[in-house]
Design a protein around this ligand. Sequence first.
Ligand SMILES: Nc1ncnc2c1ncn2[C@@H]1O[C@H](COP(=O)(O)OP(=O)(O)OP(=O)(O)O)[C@@H](O)[C@H]1O
Length: 258
Amino acid sequence: MLKVNNISVIHNKRHLLQDVSFHANAGELLVVLGSNGAGKSSLLKCISKEWTPQQGDVSWNNISLSKWTDKSLAKVRAVLTQNYQISLPFGVEEIVMMGRYPHFKNSPSELDRHTVQQCLRYTGIEHLQGRNYLTLSGGEQQRVQIARILAQLWDGDANNKLMLLDEPVSALDIQYQHSVMQLAKKLTLRGFTVVAVLHDLNLALQYADKVLMLKQGKQIAFGDLSVLNEHHIREVYEVDTEIIQHPDSRRKLVVVKM
Ligand SMILES: Nc1ncnc2c1ncn2[C@@H]1O[C@H](COP(=O)(O)OP(=O)(O)OP(=O)(O)O)[C@@H](O)[C@H]1O
């Protein structure tokens, strides 16, 4: 279980996060929502142990992140960041193999190579094998990055795996947006805990098990999909919306009122 207990992050006397508390269980997809600058990426940095909050605590499986070594955490927690910069002409398999770095010492084993192949297949990018990463489109690069973090978490107990996705679908067309969200959902069904920052409220309504809503570093709402309602959307985004139900699928949709 991921437990975030009353964390605050202060930078230059300004709260980037203030008294944020929530949890996510094994097998849950938690979507973090909020306006630009609300603190979503800052929160992911705290959950990934890149940042240590000045107040409060983050724990993974009942152990405070401060007690996890970087090496052991790297085997159970993987992060897809917004700006993964690579300037050298690595091949696609080499990038995915980077996800295996915490698992081997000097050179990859047969198992590591097999895992890379499995992750390329699982993410539907086998056809990109042999390509120079720098020549891929933004969307293709994003899917390779997803294969990389999957390779990092591939083996071991799925209930002990935490995947953090910062705007995973931002560069993707509608088909791949859904294929990435379906992949995230499939991983939660295996037992993974997935935390994803999204801007698309309809994707959140379709895929989230739980929702956390932030505004200016403060927690506006946390809970099941019922918290993603017109009232909280108005509070967070200052936009009037209506939540309607699709007549056939019964799926809920957010529509902006003009
Ligand atoms: N390293 C830093 N030093 C100072 N301020 C920072 C730092 N990182 C983020 N901030 C500030 O903290 C606030 C929250 O930023 P953050 O990137 O967490 O927001 P966000 O919700 O992810 O935004 P967006 O949706 O635009 O990506 C912003 O005002 C940002 O300028």
